[in-house]
Design a protein around this ligand. Structure first.
Ligand code: BMA
Length: 363
């Protein structure tokens, strides 16, 4: 009798342990799985910077009591963007608002609302210049990156900056987000840009950030996106790559610029640049086993009424990019918008874009 009891107990225990064999998926695994499934099915998630917190001619004021239901993208397409980008610039100083006037409390609430609705969130960071006291675009010194690395004169202060950024991400709780620090690093318009530091200094800056967040703070639910400005040849793209261990997604920022030429020329130029860069990213993504994305894009003011369906879609549709993100609709900078808004004459084309089978919005 005893023997039988022990035998059934053993059976029961082994059944339980078989049932538990698959470890619980972490939020990061779930987000990675979601992004991989888009790439595999040829689907592209649509993202918009600062959606939910303001739009072309409105801004959330009483954020603690606001249900965060308004969105320019939703006003036009009937759906929220699948991804929302926010910028941490200003968090490093302990400011209550970011560099574009978004209270960090509102940013946290909007990020969590987006995730609760089933969407995704990505963070960029335009921190001030720690050496000169200027902004992220202050390129008056090429000693800034060096100064924040271990041993540098600003290293201690910079740890506090990293700590504040990490505190914010940690304050979101057990959720996974995409983080894209030190972006557009091959141009020379940010203090961490191409001519402002050596490749080794840049890589140390990125790894130092990664190590602090991941190892020291245990923030393991972050997908790290490396996002140089494009278009650039693949060997230049990789010349400051921090290494496979530190990166989950290979991105690139490419905008359409009209300048003094015609809209048509701008469209053709943009398409060529995007196709060339994405072809290179496909090869790099395969080689390094990374997802790829168009981490920032857009045409400011959308002067081309068919930009979405006739310029953007043809140059991205054949590439397995998991998402694209168009930049913000500034409420306080007339003409600085990248998504359509209610009443905008070109809105119909963005709506048509949102109805395409392979473009993913949040229903
Ligand atoms: C830039 C512009 C600026 C903004 C910055 C950070 O591209 O939109 O107005 O301050 O991004 O969001």
């Amino acid at each position: 009798m005893k023997k039988i009891v022990y035998a059934s107990l053993a059976l029961l225990l082994s059944a339980c342990s078989t049932g538990n064999k698959r470890p619980m998926e972490s939020p990061k695994d779930v987000l990675l799985g979601q992004l991989h499934s888009y790439a595999e099915k040829g689907r592209i998630a649509y993202g918009h910077q600062d959606d939910l917190v303001y739009g072309h001619d409105w801004v959330v004021e009483d954020w603690e009591n606001d249900a965060l239901e308004r969105s320019d993208v939703k006003d036009v397409t009937g759906k929220y963007p699948m991804l929302i980008g926010f910028d941490l610039g200003g968090i490093e100083l302990g400011n209550p608002e970011n560099l574009d006037g978004v209270p960090f409390g509102l940013m946290r609430k909007a990020a969590l609302k987006q995730i609760e609705r089933g969407g995704m969130v990505t963070f960029s960071w335009h921190p001030r210049n720690p050496l000169t006291g200027g902004d992220a675009w202050d390129i008056s010194s090429d000693q800034v990156v060096k100064s924040v690395l271990p041993g540098g004169e600003k290293a201690g202060e910079f740890m506090l900056w990293l700590q504040r950024a990490a505190d914010f991400i940690e304050s979101l709780g057990e959720v996974a987000v995409i983080f894209r620090p030190w972006h557009e690093n091959l141009g020379s318009w940010f203090w961490w840009g191409g001519r402002l530091c050596t490749a080794q200094e840049y890589q140390e800056l990125y790894r130092h950030t990664w190590l602090y967040f991941t190892k020291e703070r245990g923030l393991t639910n972050i997908l790290w996106c490396y996002s140089p400005n494009g278009p650039i040849p693949p060997e230049v793209y990789m010349s400051r790559y921090p290494g496979d261990e530190f990166v989950d997604v290979l991105g690139t920022d490419i905008y359409a610029f009209v300048g003094n030429g015609s809209l048509e020329e701008a469209g053709v130029r943009f398409q060529t640049q995007v196709k060339d860069m994405l072809s290179a990213l496909v090869a790099l993504g395969n080689e390094h086993k990374k997802l790829i994305c168009l981490s920032e894009t857009g045409l400011e003011s959308l002067p081309d009424p068919k930009w979405w369906t006739e310029t953007l879609v043809p140059c991205i549709k054949d590439f397995p990019i998991t998402y694209l993100l168009t930049w913000r609709n500034a409420h306080d900078k007339p003409g600085h918008f990248y998504a359509a808004w209610e009443g905008f004459e070109g809105a119909a084309d963005m709506k048509a874009f949102s109805e395409l089978d392979n473009i993913v919005f949040l229903p």
